[in-house]
Ligand binder design. Sequence first.
Ligand code: GLN
Length: 288
Amino acid sequence: MNAQNSDNHERTIGAIYKRLKSVLSQSDARYVLSKRARISANELITQSDALIEDSIYSQIESDLEQVVSGKPLSRIYGEREFWGLNFKLSDATLDPRQDTETLIEAVLARFEDKTKPYKILDLGTGSGCILLSLLSELPNASGIGVDIAPEAVKTAQENAQNLGLENRSSFICGSWDAANRQEEAERFDILVSNPPYISNQVIPNLDENVQKYDPILALDGGDDGMDAYKTIFIQLPEILKKGGYGFFEIGFDQEDSMTRLSKESRFSLMGVHRDSSQLARVVEIFFE
Ligand code: GLN
């Protein structure tokens, strides 16, 4: 085989798929080929000997280099699947975690009548993934997402548009109290929040990818990681309707401090929901 042929051999779909699989999971390897070369899972088998175009080959090479250097695919392509929906990401948004789907499940389990026009507030909305996933399940609900980062608000608006949910959602740039500061402030049936909750002392020990690619504003919860929750709890009587529920994502070690905060407040602690690793992940409260 001459040099040209051996080079060509490396550029077949089958060979590239194999290389991708040596550093990525099988499904991520398929994802790269479908993103860059629009190759379907079936074509991976039927077209395995076909050559990939030079420009696409170079793109995949560059993706591979980035993957090897530790960059997550979600940051390379600027998107992440959450609750079966596709969300665009930006530098100002947290990369949605699968654990956060526990929060969606907790809300849906509580609100059995899916047809009611619930009003939802999402504090620290980021990509909008929590609010928009809920709106996709509750066809008459509407909601507001608040984020301190203007770029996150833009990304969330874009995601609402892409998902056809722009008529039932709006996004405000501001602090935790931005929704109740609105001129025609309304109260909500459902408050959801995945605020920054990592203690600032722990941040230097986080996974390198998290430190490098997730925005610090979405992670840093102050000295004990509780700053955002404490601020939100003070606002709660102005946010929730009587009879409304709040759902907060928490860190694996925050069950005690969050149940304490709930018990000290005027709200009833309804329960703590566990994620698929059986870690405490969501605290649910009720405003009687
Ligand atoms: N769950 C995220 C992590 O583990 C943290 C998100 C947050 O602080 N809200 O990195």
